[in-house]
Design a protein around this ligand. Structure first.
Ligand code: ZN
Length: 262
């Protein structure tokens, strides 16, 4: 059995560049042929769904698959950016293809790769982005009804944590330090809820289209949050992202939520 299998083909940005597989698959544990078939279908579906919303990416995703016992299809996953753009999936192979495809984890992890690693202090931004985008991807793939409703319901259960004098960003950082992950992630996702709304109000293309543009101009250049924000302002021909970041950093969270009626 080959150590890795090339994933599906995508054309890079329609410029006549050679077709490159969207991902390479690395089996880290022993999986049966039937399991490999099922997990391969899941990762092909997930990468197609993710790249249809955010991509194509200007690099090949490196997907590592491990076995782990669990009562959900993907008990654990994380991204790793040391030498390449990697996602590590720890999977419970007793679940079927439909159950894997219905799980949010792959969309979330692959969405992370649309942005560079931004450092621990900006984890709220990275997690807010991936959490926001996982439901956009699932909506476009026909797996859920309304991403807006799903995100609003998730944040509704965490909103109490943000009725503070500390800023949205500071509150999300504190919540991450307290390992209140859902509270931190869905608070961070409000940055993108508001960015989407401001882009629409200013007659700009929607957020995922700005992220698609970002892949082509800037993804491989930027190395920190300030650069990402500047690039997103540039591709959207706006100051939506820099102004919003300032409010996220400076306005008391309670005031921010009131301002945007979140
Ligand atoms: Zn994440």
């Amino acid at each position: 059995m080959p150590k890795f299998i090339a994933g599906l083909l995508v054309l890079l940005s329609g410029t006549g560049m050679a077709a490159t597989p969207a991902y390479q698959l690395h089996w880290q544990h022993k999986f049966s042929a039937v399991e490999q078939e099922k997990l391969g279908q899941w990762l092909t579906f997930s990468s197609q769904a993710t790249l249809a919303v955010l991509g194509p990416y200007p690099f090949q995703m490196q997907l590592y698959v491990y076995q782990r016992r669990g009562n959900e299809p993907v008990p654990w996953a994380n991204t790793w950016r040391q030498h390449s753009q990697q996602v590590h999936f720890y999977v419970a192979p007793q679940f079927n293809t439909a159950q894997f495809i219905a799980d949010w984890t792959a969309y979330h992890e692959m969405a992370h790769l649309a942005l560079p690693f931004l450092g621990k202090n900006n984890a709220w931004f990275a997690e807010g982005f991936a959490s926001y985008m996982q439901y956009q991807i699932m909506q476009q793939a026909g797996l859920i009804g309304s991403a807006t409703d799903a995100i609003s319901a998730k944040f509704g259960r965490q909103r109490q944590h943000y009725l503070k004098q500390h800023s949205m960003a500071d509150t999300a950082v504190q919540l991450l330090n307290q390992r209140r992950f859902a509270a931190a992630y869905w608070g961070g996702a409000q940055f993108f809820v508001v960015a989407e709304r401001l882009l629409r109000q200013q007659g700009k293309a929607q957020l995922n289209q700005q992220i698609q543009r970002y892949q082509q101009c800037c993804r491989l250049q930027d190395t920190n949050l300030q650069q990402v924000i500047q690039s997103l302002d540039d591709v959207s021909d706006s100051s939506v992202f820099s102004q919003l970041l300032q409010q996220f950093n400076q306005l008391p969270a309670a005031q921010f939520l009131q301002l945007y009626q979140l």
